[in-house]
Design a protein around this ligand. Structure first.
Ligand SMILES: *Cc1c(COP(=O)(O)O)cnc(C)c1O
Length: 360
């Protein structure tokens, strides 16, 4: 067996320990004589799995009691519709568009009501986060929406926008559990887990209870109502059970590592290794304004498409995989999520140095 350093933006690297444990439990989960994939979601064993997953997540993120944790399906993209369907009481919402994912959410919301783009960084290929300290928040906005970490462009909100009292809704898919968060600053935060937590197919929604109501837009399907899932404790229908089980293991791994404060330090340390190299390299350049740099997704370019392609190809041969940048930015992107060890980033930088030397 040989594992590569996987820099994919998602689905992405998971902790090896977790994968090994899951492998050991594959045929016989805790004496049940079956795998988690094969058991009833109403069984005692699964009930314990989902309850513990929620409790561990609550502990890690310090989630207050007046917030519900929902394990849902449909990926992050389904939330683009589910959020307006459930939250647009006045049919007005303000969107801050800092990348493709925020833009998609903004476009989807237009189907359901008046979605206002109140700020954007599209003028400079989403390479920065706009000043959000005093935006023209709509008087009757039901919420203000952000994508907190922009997976494709490698930017991150270091300060949350001033929403002037409106609930903040955030897509945290690619920064979920990468550092501590102050949950009370949000009305709703959510993320697809395949970036930093688990297997694709699960999306976790953390929502303040007063935002969960019967009063959804007409025509909202039952499966897309937060209240249905909240009342049923994420067991309204068959949940993505195996995915939730793996998420639960990752939560335990994070607790064992020391929690989110420790993850933040580790992530800062890893990102610094790469950014410091980029800042002094003659060949490789970061594409993001320094103060807005993400700890999770690091895009960089040489400025020469052929050289970029050569780099990606040779890196792969050296066991450094999935470094090709998103088609809208080009160049390269290294995603260095929680489960990427520091050694992986060091190996990448060592390879970049060697490549720069050889291709001067
Ligand atoms: C990947 C990603 C999405 C889309 O996730 P799906 O689960 O594929 O729908 C949305 N938002 C962000 C920030 C992402 O990184």
């Amino acid at each position: 067996m040989s594992r590569v350093y996987n820099f994919s933006a998602g689905p992405a690297v998971l902790p090896e320990e977790v994968l090994k444990e899951a492998a050991e439990e594959m045929l016989d989960y805790h004496g049940c004589g079956m795998s988690v994939m094969e058991m009833s979601h109403r069984s005692k064993a699964f009930e314990t799995i989902i309850k513990e997953a929620e409790a561990d997540l609550r502990e890690l993120m310090n989630i207050p009691d007046n917030y519900k944790v929902l394990f849902l399906q449909g990926g992050a993209s389904q939330q683009f519709a589910m959020i307006p369907m459930n939250l647009m009481k006045n049919k007005v919402a303000d969107y801050i568009v800092t990348g493709q994912w925020a833009k998609k959410a903004y476009q989807e919301a237009q189907i359901y009501g008046k979605a206002n783009k109140i700020a954007s960084s599209e003028d400079k290929t989403f390479s920065y986060i706009p000043d959000c300290s005093d935006l023209p928040i709509s008087e009757d906005a039901d919420y203000v929406y952000i994508c907190e970490n922009n997976t494709i462009y490698g930017t991150k909100f270091k300060t949350l926008p001033n929403t002037k009292g409106k609930p903040l809704v955030a897509d945290v898919s690619s920064c979920f559990l990468s550092e501590p968060v102050d949950v009370i600053k949000y009305g709703l935060l959510y993320g697809g887990v395949q970036k930093n937590i688990g297997p694709a197919g699960v999306v976790i929604v953390i929502i303040r209870e007063d935002l969960i109501t019967e009063d959804t837009l007409p025509g909202t399907p039952t499966m897309l109502k937060y209240k249905i899932h909240a009342d049923a404790e994420s067991l309204y229908n068959t949940p993505p059970a195996y995915g939730i089980y793996i998420c639960g293991k990752v939560f335990k791994w994070l607790k064992k590592m020391g929690g989110l404060e420790v993850m933040k330090q580790r992530n800062e340390e890893k990102a610094k290794i790469l950014y410091d190299f980029l800042d002094q390299s003659e060949m490789f350049k970061g594409t993001v304004r320094k103060e807005d740099r993400s700890l999770m997704n690091v895009p960089f370019i040489t400025g020469n498409d052929e050289l970029d392609a050569k780099f990606v190809k040779e890196a792969k041969a050296a066991g450094l995989e999935n470094l090709k940048g998103h088609r809208s930015v080009g160049g390269m992107r290294a995603s260095i999520y929680n489960a990427m060890p520091k050694e992986g980033v060091e190996a990448l930088v060592a390879f970049m140095k060697k490549f720069e030397e050889e291709n001067k």
